[in-house]
Write a protein that binds this ligand. Structure first.
Ligand SMILES: *[C@@H]1O[C@H](CO)[C@@H](O)[C@H](O)[C@H]1NC(C)=O
Ligand SMILES: *[C@@H]1O[C@H](CO)[C@@H](O)[C@H](O)[C@H]1NC(C)=O
Ligand SMILES: *[C@@H]1O[C@H](CO)[C@@H](O)[C@H](O)[C@H]1NC(C)=O
Ligand SMILES: *[C@@H]1O[C@H](CO)[C@@H](O)[C@H](O)[C@H]1NC(C)=O
Ligand SMILES: *[C@@H]1O[C@H](CO)[C@@H](O)[C@H](O)[C@H]1NC(C)=O
Length: 448
């Protein structure tokens, strides 16, 4: 009898302690798996009560997270009342005053509505049935001990099934890591404000082994065999574009995308002749500049930059140092070499190195063959193709907001460590970590 009486308080004390210790446990670390049929990067998170593993498209530039709620059951979800303090944090909005269905994640009276979008396949809002309510619910990510750390009042949007078009199999929403006041890293930092306000990603191109996203740690970033990549970073300022995609012609709202200040490009050490005014963000239209994106598979360059870059690359590749002659390209690429003609090195195929020169001449992001060249093996061809795309003469992000001149895409980010320091607004980058004998699939996850 006595044993039975004691058991309850001991048990609840145990739960109390395990709750506290899990609450103290930053950093958080979760796998990012590349889906090869779509070239999308998919992050693992946990949502709902009880917590359920949820696969989300990693979007470095998105403002808010969204999840399909047509199939969402949770004991703890709440709607966001219109005109509440949280609703005001979310900015301009619409309100669902009355919902005549039974109460559900998609349906509540006086609830704040988001307008999600899909960065892979634009949503035709006339064709998607139903409204997209904001929700507050449990969100969790694994910590370094291998257990889940809970973020209790996580804010995100529901999205109808129609929003999932074009997303990789098994993905039920989008993870927002952008520069906004409700992105995942910011919501984590609001709960754990004594931890560093930063996150880091290391994308792996491996079909089977994931890369990693890390939240709330300045390091160490431990990779096999015993390499701390937090010590291998150069830093450049993150730049705010005042014209986000939701800007109205007369009312700009800041972009949540991460821009960096690229000032020149070199190929094999030689300067590429670029129109410099395209490299800065235009203060009247938001066009120009260089952003980083995980939802663009290959780096995109504004047409005049693309042409100058391709010319420079062809010239250096054919020079005696490389002796590479192009062959018939395979779409979507336009510059390809027979794989048999290209030597292999620790840094991938031996081709001219591309330098992205940032805010200072000595702050250079180096792109080696492993990140510039894409292997294409089909029935009759075996090629290395240059993984850069023409973004058109006048890239736009909406009818009136200009687009970036350069978008550094996912393939160029693989096996690079990137740290987004949201406190001091700077980007830490490593260039290819193959040079130090590791890769993004060699992150030391907890074994539990
Ligand atoms: C919210 O505020 C707006 C303007 O202040 C008002 O028109 C609207 O009726 C309010 N809605 C609710 C549900 O209180
Ligand atoms: C959060 O972001 C929204 C949208 O950009 C903005 O309208 C709102 O004022 C911001 N809230 C705070 C507290 O900064
Ligand atoms: C919304 O309010 C109406 C009228 O008060 C009520 O009939 C309805 O059930 C409510 N809907 C939800 C989803 O709570
Ligand atoms: C450089 O780009 C700017 C901005 O698009 C354009 O106005 C200008 O004409 C370009 N200059 C040249 C020499 O092409
Ligand atoms: C360059 O490549 C061509 C054709 O692949 C070959 O015939 C030639 O001998 C090479 N030249 C040198 C200097 O390696």
């Amino acid at each position: 009898m006595l044993m039975a009486k004691l058991a309850v308080p001991l048990l609840s004390l145990f739960f109390f302690l395990s709750f506290i210790s899990s609450q103290a446990a930053l950093p958080l670390q979760t796998p990012i798996q590349k889906d090869h049929s779509t070239s999308q990067y998919v992050i693992t998170a946990y949502l709902q009560t009880p917590l359920k593993l949820t696969k989300l498209l990693l979007d470095l530039g998105a403002t808010f997270t969204w999840v399909n709620c047509d199939d969402y059951t949770s004991l703890t979800y709440q709607h966001v009342p219109c005109n509440s303090s949280i609703a005001n944090l979310l900015g301009a909005y619409t309100c669902l005053d009355l919902c005549d269905g039974p109460p559900s994640p998609n349906c509540g009276n006086n609830s704040f509505l988001f307008l999600p979008d899909n960065p892979i396949k634009p949503v035709d809002y006339r064709k998607v049935d139903g409204l997209n309510t904001a929700l507050i619910d449990s969100f969790a990510l694994p910590n370094t001990q291998g257990s889940l750390t809970l973020i209790n009042n996580f804010i995100f949007s529901c999205a109808r099934t129609g929003f999932l078009k074009g997303l990789a199999k098994g993905v039920t929403g989008l993870a927002a890591l952008g520069d906004s006041n409700i992105s995942i890293p910011i919501q984590i930092n609001k709960v754990f404000s004594s931890s560093p306000n930063c996150f880091a990603i290391c994308l792996s191109g491996s079909k089977s082994q994931p890369g990693v996203a890390l939240f709330g740690s300045n390091g160490p970033y431990n990779f096999l065999p015993g390499i701390d990549l937090s010590k291998a970073l150069l830093y450049t300022p993150l730049i705010l574009n005042p014209f986000g995609k939701d800007s109205e012609p007369d009312k700009p709202t800041p972009s949540s995308e991460y821009y960096i200040g690229l000032t020149s490009m070199k190929v094999n050490g030689k300067m590429v002749a670029l129109n410099r005014s395209l490299l800065a963000i235009n203060g009247k239209t938001g066009s120009g500049g260089t952003k980083i994106s995980t939802v663009v598979p290959y780096t995109k360059l504004q047409s005049s930059i693309y042409k100058a870059f391709i010319l420079a690359f062809l010239k250096e590749a054919v020079s005696s140092a490389f002796n590479l002659t192009t062959t018939k390209p395979v779409k979507p690429f336009s510059v390809c070499y027979p794989a048999s003609a290209v030597k292999n090195t620790q840094m991938g195929p031996a081709v001219p190195i591309i330098d992205l020169v940032l805010d200072r001449p000595d702050v250079v992001w180096k792109i080696f063959g492993s990140n510039s060249m894409v292997r294409i093996t089909k029935k009759t061809v075996d090629l290395w193709c240059l993984g850069f795309m023409d973004a058109g003469v006048n890239p736009m992000v909406s009818n009136w907001i200009g687009g970036p001149s350069i978008v550094i895409g996912g393939y160029q980010l693989e096996d690079n460590m990137l740290k987004f320091d949201l406190q001091s607004k700077k980007l830490g980058f490593s260039s290819s970590i193959l040079s130090v004998g590791t890769n993004c699939a060699k992150f030391k996850f907890s074994t539990k």
